[in-house]
Write a protein that binds this ligand. Structure first.
Ligand SMILES: Nc1nc2c([nH]c(=O)n2[C@H]2C[C@H](O)[C@@H](COP(=O)(O)OP(=O)(O)OP(=O)(O)O)O2)c(=O)[nH]1
Ligand SMILES: [Mg+2]
Length: 143
């Protein structure tokens, strides 16, 4: 048992038509400073995962996305916070990603994800992405 704060985080693995994945580098101040991540953020009251992800991606990158298939949920306890990352594939509907709330943005191949410094909770997400044979259709919604 612990009394850590518990957060639900909506997280997007945005894939483009070339099969590249968008990652962003967090700012050099605040939680997990300078770590690379999949863009996203905290649920607001009354939101579901898809709504949270669409809103966060608009705020952080200035783009509109369609949320696709659910990849996984990851529960992780950090020393200061306990959280669940709710991870969905997504695809850009309109706009060019901008660094509105992050330090840097990159499009990378799935195999390149291992070269970046991600928070501890992300390693099983990266493993699962890299285990997929193809990312085709991953951004179509679950049916
Ligand atoms: N977005 C995102 N957050 C992650 C990932 N991995 C991981 O451990 N986290 C952690 C870092 C943070 O503690 C938390 C996400 O919160 P956040 O700081 O992005 O929240 P937010 O966008 O709502 O930002 P703010 O309004 O609090 O500034 O989840 C990831 O891949 N993406
Ligand atoms: Mg965020």
């Amino acid at each position: 048992m612990s009394n850590l704060p518990y957060l639900r985080i909506g997280t997007a693995v945005i894939v483009n038509d070339e099969g590249l994945i968008l990652i962003d580098k967090r700012r050099n101040k605040g939680t997990m400073a300078n770590k690379w991540e999949f863009p996203g953020g905290k649920f607001e009251d009354g939101e579901n995962a898809q709504e949270c992800i669409v809103r966060e991606i608009k705020e952080e990158l200035g783009i509109d996305i369609r949320v696709g298939k659910h990849l996984m949920n990851v529960r992780h306890d950090y020393p200061h916070v306990s959280l669940t990352l709710m991870v969905y594939y997504a695809h850009i509907l309109s706009g060019e990603p901008k660094t509105l709330e992050c330090a840097e943005i990159r499009w990378v191949k799935p195999e390149q994800l291992s070269d970046f410094d991600f928070p501890d909770a992300n390693y099983q997400i990266i493993e699962k992405i890299q285990a997929q044979k193809t990312l085709n259709n991953c951004y179509s919604p679950n049916t």
